[in-house]
Design a protein around this ligand. Sequence first.
Ligand SMILES: Cc1cc2nc3c(=O)[nH]c(=O)nc-3n(C[C@H](O)[C@H](O)[C@H](O)COP(=O)(O)OP(=O)(O)OC[C@H]3O[C@@H](n4cnc5c(N)ncnc54)[C@H](O)[C@@H]3O)c2cc1C
Length: 534
Amino acid sequence: MNRRDVLKWIAGGSLGVLASGQRVQARPYPLRTIQPKNPWDPARLPAGVRRKVLVVGGGLAGLSAALELAERGYEVVVREADSVLGGKLATRRLQTGAGTFEVEHGLHMWFFNYHVFRDIRRRLGLDRHFRPYASGVHFEFRNYQPEVLQSNPPRYPQNLIGLLERSPNFNLFSGMRQLGMLRAILFYEHSSNVARLDGLSFPEWIQRANLSPAFRDVILMPAAEVTLNDPQRISAAEMAQLMHLCFTSHPRAMQREVTTVDHGTAVIEPWAAHLRQLGVRFDLGRAVSGLRFERGRAVGERGDPTSYDGVVLACAVGGARAILRGSTSSDPASASALAALRARTDRLELAPPYQVLRVWLDRPTRQDRPDILETPEHRPINLMVQFHLLEEESKRWAAASGGSVIELHLYHQSAAEAAERDPHAIWRRVRPTVEELWPELQPANAMGATVGSYEDFTSFAVGQASIRPSATTPAQDGLANLTLAGDWVATDYPSALMERAVATGREAANHLLLADGVRQASLTVTPSRGPGLF
Ligand SMILES: Cc1cc2nc3c(=O)[nH]c(=O)nc-3n(C[C@H](O)[C@H](O)[C@H](O)COP(=O)(O)OP(=O)(O)OC[C@H]3O[C@@H](n4cnc5c(N)ncnc54)[C@H](O)[C@@H]3O)c2cc1C
């Protein structure tokens, strides 16, 4: 029996024993499309009917809600605290010692299961600035061999077997020891996931499953590291969902795409241009501090007499918390509904601070270095990106200068680390780690550097998933025309990050559309169950 046969036996035989009494099937479930609840209603507002909606937050969630509403004839005002649109997909033109460049919040990757986002890309004609990222996910460790995760062949379950088989870090039978946890992921069940696993941290879950240290360190903990959260506090439920989304829910779940130009040019600007054509008004550079509630409805912004028929809070968890705290209500029913919602959002946390450093170096990297490298054991660096291999502007600069453009992601920072805002000082701090990983950069000089310092990321800590509101929780609490959208909002199907932001944006719009008798938008979503056995 060779190595491949043994792995197939593990996959097919032993898991079968474990699964007794559960569904046994050969293929992942097909994608699910959630159809409008009101297919008989008109596709847009009838002529002469005016509806005005305030969307608070111009990130992906807000832009997604604005798109569905504006295309159906709504007047939409998007209020964004920042001076640019996009939220965590925003791009700014920044001056550095090396020149002036379009600099994003940080590298983003689009996964196969981003079905709502794919629909938006198609509708807005955004695909031309996307390309597959086919070279696999590269990892560098201190205690293990470098690893490359690739979905190859792109067939389930051979892709998972291939992944284990190619790994230099697992011995022949190590797959056997992972069965306890694999079972939970292969039989992922969205409806019970939070109830079952949100009380448990990911490391506790791993410990209970008695996994091999190699599987824990090489496959599982790196996945937790890139969530920007503290891996020690992260909820097992959040990780089970992410692994379902990014590994097992579909044979192509591991496939990713990147943009070939900055996120502003690729996504946000054309999206905003389309919305402007539909009459959407953008109000940038002033934060909403609170809303006014009357008779169970959000009627407008505190301190502004303009009235609205609906409000979408798409301003990330920190913004939503602050706005609800700063809101006023004119009657006891609104006051108690607002208090119920606040009680929920006040318990939602933020992930620790993080920084994204970009440096323009006067030396090239070695040719065989991966475009994107995950470094789970090289704190303070979690991710290194060679932007001169990904995006046009950086490519041009590197070609002209002979240098390289490197982005470093520094997640779950301490307060002291996050307090440093000088990019060159941060570069000096992380440089020894960069040189350890890529020694050819030892003689490099930083010609320019930028840093973004943030504390705005959704917390995936134990217990948070259990208290997340959904898009329609405010209505259930008694605030009929207030909806929530963002990557911190619960969905009753598997979703995360950018895809959750755009999906909940669409759900928020759908809530208002249903109330107005306008046909809702459909949503294609990831199946709620794992693929089962082979
Ligand atoms: C470094 C990094 C890398 C990432 N990589 C990936 C990836 O590879 N794949 C992936 O899917 N996801 C990734 N993400 C996550 C992704 O960026 C987010 O899930 C998504 O962009 C969230 O969109 P959102 O609209 O919910 O929130 P945001 O983008 O945070 O937008 C909220 C907006 O509301 C505004 N706002 C806040 N308060 C107020 C107020 N009071 N008044 C008015 N406006 C307000 C904010 O300024 C912001 O523009 C990454 C995130 C980071 C930080």
